[in-house]
Design a protein around this ligand. Structure first.
Ligand SMILES: Cc1cc2nc3c(=O)[nH]c(=O)nc-3n(C[C@H](O)[C@H](O)[C@H](O)COP(=O)(O)O)c2cc1C
Length: 192
């Protein structure tokens, strides 16, 4: 698969086969998280690998009944939990100025990048996943005994896809690309 195929061909998968995830492939997926870029190279991610059916069941209960990924939480042989360190260590704060108006740790951004690396790596090795962000984060945190300095941000079922859904539509590049200033899009710039 070339890069464009990996990026555009990755889908959110909510139905999985029973087949287990080989350890080597799981390692490759985690390796992709390892190489995620982060501001100041802070690497604020932690990943919990959940396989126990009872834990998956308890985590499923943290999702709302409307969430289309409910079944996937249990069905996928592996459930990856992406956590973020949300408090900047004092020694780090002294060393580097990492403050911006968006909060001084940017952990949502960094975890988003890690999740995308994970999803693309999974797809590249023939596995599938879905980013599940809508659940009771505090309940999940308590259940997984995550320390106070961290938050549970995403649940990512991992396994072999049992369905091949169509890609949800995307905006054209011309709809979000602007030329020189925000107000003029590429398409209007071309017309001018
Ligand atoms: C931050 C984030 C949170 C998401 N949360 C959920 C979720 O709770 N349940 C779910 O079924 N899908 C969830 N998704 C998957 C999106 O619905 C999906 O990425 C989007 O519809 C595009 O489809 P595609 O991933 O197949 O291209 C989430 C995606 C992101 C990036």
């Amino acid at each position: 698969m070339d890069f464009q195929e990996i990026v555009a061909g990755r889908r959110s998968i909510r139905k999985y086969q029973e087949q287990d995830v080989p350890v080597q492939l799981l390692d490759q997926v985690l390796e992709a998280v390892r190489w995620t870029p982060s501001g100041g190279n802070i690497q604020p991610w932690e990943v919990i690998v959940v396989k126990e059916p009872r834990t998956k069941q308890a985590l499923q209960e943290t999702l709302g009944g409307y969430n289309p990924a409910r079944k996937a939480i249990i069905q996928a042989p592996v459930l990856l939990i992406l956590c973020a360190k949300v408090k900047i260590p004092d020694e780090y704060r002294k060393e580097k100025d990492v403050s911006t108006k968006f909060g001084d740790w940017w952990y949502m951004f960094h975890l988003g990048s890690a999740a995308q690396n994970l999803a693309l790596a999974a797809h590249a090795v023939g596995l599938a996943t879905v980013m599940v962000g809508f659940f009771d984060h505090d309940k999940a945190r308590e259940l997984l005994e995550v320390p106070a300095a961290y938050e549970v941000l995403l649940l990512m079922p991992l396994g072999y896809a049992a369905a091949a859904p169509k890609a949800p539509p995307r905006r054209e590049t011309s709809e979000f690309t602007h030329s020189e200033r925000f107000v003029s899009t590429i398409s209007t710039a071309k017309q001018a």
